[in-house]
Write a protein that binds this ligand. Structure first.
Ligand SMILES: *Cc1c(COP(=O)(O)O)cnc(C)c1O
Length: 457
């Protein structure tokens, strides 16, 4: 008999978590204005609000903290980080930043001007924010198939090359760079194939445009290339990463994802001009060029985390856990963005709560129901997050309306996953009795999901 699959690590340190009663949760959620961002974390049993900065560091990462070099300039910790990034990505210039959006802020301050167009696959919220706040336009050229949650495609995060070419022709002079997000978070943690990266790069060369990777989950993307794309089964994750980055001129990185640290990020590139410009902005916004808002110890942990998480076994353990949850949802027939992505399951809320009209925010309603059911905190990636159209001020109902269950790295066991699946099933079983959703009582003009106040209808 074949031995079953198991984690590639064992546990050395634990953190207690607590259950609560439904009556307590009803009170807490009401006080939070039915916005799970406003809950106290101690009132959450299993926290799936994000996989960002919530992973568990390894013993080697914790050990590296003790030998962090906190020198203001030229710290050994910086050089360790630079060397690791260089080895994994092939990029020579490395500029630390305190997290992903800070890296975006520094680089985009240099490159994005009013009236510009930045095409790519789906741009992440903060990326879009840093483009739109500079009065430029983010153009989403993701393949149309990504919108159909029930379609099984191996690389649903891909860029539609024809759409991209059209934008390149139409706005040629106004395009500072192309951005490819790996994996495509917004489309459901869906990977981009090597073939697609190659085609984007060829097209970019034809139009003489640089390519930037938003690389938060590049290692998970490499895993999918290895297991799904022809010709990569026998290559190591590190070899695949090196090849992926040959199709880019630079990267921004949120190290809170695939480098498994609680805080950190960087820009890396081979374009000397980009580096020279970014250095100046980096000093203004983040700090001197060899720390950029990070502690020496954190740069050490980042270097170790990046090295560990570009090893197959670590990634396999993670992605198999997402697949484990997906298999249970299949059994219960709960619809989600298929196939399961790299870091999360995205439940297709309007397909579950068919009696809740879109104006009453089905995904937010499902988020609330799951918390009330079992103290599990997911996150709405849907109509509330989509904000209003800046011109018409109407709600944007044209995208997907997901309840995202983001799984932190190396944090929960499959027993927790079982609890999540059954809690969802219990909500799913009473879905037809849920006929009303939520109404907005107060909202901010931008990024309203973080602070919105809601009421139950
Ligand atoms: C998280 C994330 C960012 C922003 O990074 P932060 O570290 O949260 O600032 C940018 N792009 C993608 C794809 C992300 O997932």
């Amino acid at each position: 008999m074949d031995l079953p699959f198991a984690e590639s690590w064992k546990i050395k340190m634990i953190e207690p978590i607590r259950k609560s009663t439904r009556i307590q949760r009803e009170q807490w959620l009401k006080e939070a204005g039915y916005n799970v961002f406003k809950l106290k974390a101690e009132h959450v049993y299993i926290d799936l609000i994000t996989d960002s900065g919530t992973g568990a560091m390894s013993d080697r990462q914790w050990a590296s903290l003790m030998i962090g070099d906190e020198s203001y300039a030229g710290a050994t910790s910086f050089f360790k980080m630079q060397e690791t990034v260089n080895k994994i990505t092939g990029f020579k210039y490395v500029l630390p930043a305190h997290q992903g959006r800070a890296a975006e802020n520094v680089l985009f301050s240099c490159l994005v001007k009013e009236g510009d167009y930045v095409p790519g696959n789906s741009q992440f919220d903060t990326t879009k924010g840093h483009i739109e706040s500079r009065k430029a336009f983010a153009v989403d050229c993701t393949i149309d198939e990504a919108r159909d949650t029930q379609l099984e495609l191996p690389f649903k995060g891909n860029v539609d090359i024809q759409k991209l070419e059209k934008v390149l022709i139409e706005h040629n002079e106004k395009i500072p760079f192309i951005i490819v997000t790996v994996t495509n978070n917004t489309a459901g943690g869906q990977p981009v194939s090597m073939q697609n990266l190659r085609e984007v790069s060829l097209l970019a060369k034809k139009f003489n445009k640089p390519v930037l990777f938003d690389s938060a989950r590049f290692a998970e993307n490499a895993y999918f290339i290895k297991v799904r794309e022809k010709g990569y089964a026998d290559k190591s994750i590190k070899e695949i990463c090196r090849e992926m980055f040959t199709f880019a001129d630079g990267m921004t990185m949120s190290a809170k994802k695939d480098a498994i640290v609680n805080m950190g990020g960087f820009i890396a590139t081979n374009i000397e001009d980009w580096y020279d410009l970014a250095k100046i902005k980096g000093i203004v916004f983040e700090g001197y060029i060899t720390y950029g808002g990070m502690n020496g110890r954190d740069m050490n942990a980042l270097a170790v985390g990046l090295d560990e998480n570009t090893e197959f076994e670590n990634l396999e353990t993670r992605i198999k856990q997402i697949e484990y949850l997906a298999a249970q949802l299949d059994e219960f027939k709960i619809p989600y963005q298929r196939p399961a992505g790299g870091h999360a399951i995205f439940i297709d809320a309007p397909k579950v709560l068919t009696n809740v009209p879109k104006e009453e925010f089905p995904a937010q309603t499902l988020t609330v129901e799951l918390y009330l059911e079992a103290g599990i905190r997911g996150c709405e990636i849907g109509y509330i997050l989509a904000d209003r159209d800046p011109i018409t001020r109407q709600n944007r109902f044209d995208g997907n309306d997901f309840l995202r269950l983001a799984i932190p790295r190396r944090t929960y066991t499959n027993n927790h996953i079982d609890v999540i699946a059954v809690a969802l099933k219990n909500v799913f079983d009473r879905r037809n009795s849920i006929t009303r959703g939520m109404a907005i009582e107060w909202e901010a003009e931008l990024m309203r999901h973080f602070t919105v106040k809601l009421k139950r209808l």
